[in-house]
Ligand binder design. Structure first.
Ligand code: FES
Length: 154
């Protein structure tokens, strides 16, 4: 356990399960993803079974169990975005980025995640790249986004 992790845990009283979500959120924010070792340490600190902690973390989209790429794409496949062609965009992203949905490219440059709603259904289709929202995305927009990020990575 490193000092940063100890500091996070020390902010929450041992044995108090109310600390679970904020602890996981802080770890996710600091490290970008959760590991089995981290969940085991949280389990010891809060005196909660690790399978319960894993279940909570797996329930929420905000938690991840593997590192994202430097450019993380979240493509919305909710009803509104689906009706505006998000599945076609997903196939295009997989092809151009050479990464399957739910994974990270071998070189660590790109990762791709399908989400159920990004909260902007009236501006579908919506794609979130790192912290930037792209709304009413067209195939041309998608190509520009991909090429600009690929250029940045080279
Ligand atoms: S369905 Fe895509 S933003 Fe809501």
């Amino acid at each position: 356990m490193d000092q940063q992790f100890i500091n996070i845990l020390s902010e929450y009283p041992a044995g108090k399960k109310e600390g679970l979500l904020p602890i996981l959120q802080e770890i996710q924010k600091e490290r970008g993803f959760l590991t089995e070792d981290v969940l085991a340490d949280v389990s010891l600190h809060l005196n909660l079974p690790i399978n319960k902690i894993y279940g909570v973390a797996a329930f929420y989209d905000q938690f991840h169990f593997h590192p994202h790429g430097r450019n993380h794409f979240r493509i919305c496949n909710g009803t509104a975005c689906y009706l505006f062609g998000s599945s076609t965009f997903l196939k295009e992203l997989e092809k151009q980025l050479k990464v399957k949905a739910g994974s990270t490219s071998r070189d660590g440059k790109f990762s791709l995640e399908i989400v159920t709603c990004l909260g902007s259904c009236d501006q579908a289709p919506v794609i979130l790249v790192n912290e930037t929202y792209y709304t009413r995305v067209t195939p041309g927009d998608l190509n520009k986004i991909i090429h600009s990020l690929k250029d940045k990575e080279e």
